[in-house]
Each structure stands twice: as structure tokens, then as C-alpha cells.
Design a protein around this ligand. Structure first.
Ligand code: 4NP
Length: 151
């Protein structure tokens, strides 16, 4: 799960999907990262922690880190939140195979729509609520895809 700061959207995506993987007894792993060095090492934004906590998910142990091209080797899929993230991840590909792993997270629900999960950082609680709602729907679908082995 990739966003810009790795303190709002992608930590929520990681936290929600981790919880659903656990609840469904699936053998899968998920991590998150960003491209902006400013928050590296930081906990998720307190508003992200809050919306997660309201939904009974604890993301406080996450720490922001940067994207590394070696992630293309470790992960089957690299989900980005928006066009900017897509461009940044695409700029690091080493092969066509790498590029084939990259997709907008909302495309799991609406293939090729490239619907962005808007950055809530400069918004308010309502923006974080919308971020949560979108990522909750997308991660439900990702769980279905993992179950069908068709991620
Ligand atoms: P995120 O939000 O990409 O969802 O983690 C952001 C958080 C911080 C910054 C940008 C986006 N920033 O530039 O500090």
C-alpha cells in the first residue's frame, strides 16, 4: 500500500487489510510505504489513528517508511492511492513485470477507473471518514480476490 506521506492513507489501508487477513485466517502479508521523506519514522497521523480506533483497529505501531524498488520482488501487488503515487512507483520499475504489479487500489472495485483515494492530510475528520470508507470497501474486495487466488 503506497501513498505520499505514509502517515494517512496507506497506514489505514495496511491496518484494515491486516485485520481482515487475520479475521479470515488467510496467509497473506501487507505493508505500506510512501515517497515523502518528511515523516519517515513517524507514527500515523493522529486523525488516522483515531478513525482506525473508532473502527476497533490499532495502527499505532506503524512507522512511516519510504518505497524501495526491492518491494517489487517481495509483493504480488503494489496498490497506490492516486495518480501521483502511480507516477512515482512507475518511475522505479525495472521491468514490465514490475509495472504489471502496480494498480490504483480502487481499481479492484472498478477496473481501470483510476479513482483516487484523495489525500485527507489537509482536510478534516470528514475526509478521514471518506478515506476509511473507500479503503474499507476496497479491502473487502481484496480479501475476496485473495480467497479466489486471483489478486
Ligand atoms: P498520506 O498524506 O500520503 O495519505 O500519508 C500525506 C501526509 C503528509 C504529507 C503528504 C501527504 N506531507 O507532505 O507531509
Amino acid at each position: 500500500m503506497v501513498c505520499l506521506g505514509n502517515i494517512c492513507r496507506s497506514p489505514l489501508a495496511e491496518g484494515i487489510l491486516k485485520e481482515k487477513i487475520k479475521n479470515n485466517n488467510l496467509d497473506a502479508m501487507v505493508e505500506s510505504c510512501g515517497f515523502e521523506a518528511f515523516h519517515v519514522g513517524d507514527q500515523p497521523d493522529k486523525r488516522a489513528i483515531e478513525i482506525a480506533s473508532l473502527n476497533k483497529i490499532d495502527i499505532r505501531n506503524q512507522r512511516a517508511r519510504l518505497f524501495k524498488p526491492s518491494f517489487f520482488d517481495f509483493y504480488d501487488k503494489i496498490y497506490v492511492m492516486d495518480e501521483n503515487n502511480y507516477k512515482m512507483v512507475s518511475s522505479k520499475i525495472r521491468s514490465k513485470e514490475d509495472l504489471g504489479k502496480v494498480d490504483f487500489i480502487m481499481n479492484v472495485l472498478d477496473s481501470k477507473s483510476n479513482t483516487p483515494v484523495a489525500d485527507p492530510y489537509f482536510g478534516g475528520k470528514e475526509n478521514f471518514r471518506q478515506t476509511w470508507e473507500m479503503l474499507d470497501r476496497a479491502t473487502d474486495k481484496i480479501i475476496d480476490l485473495i480467497k479466489k487466488d486471483s489478486l
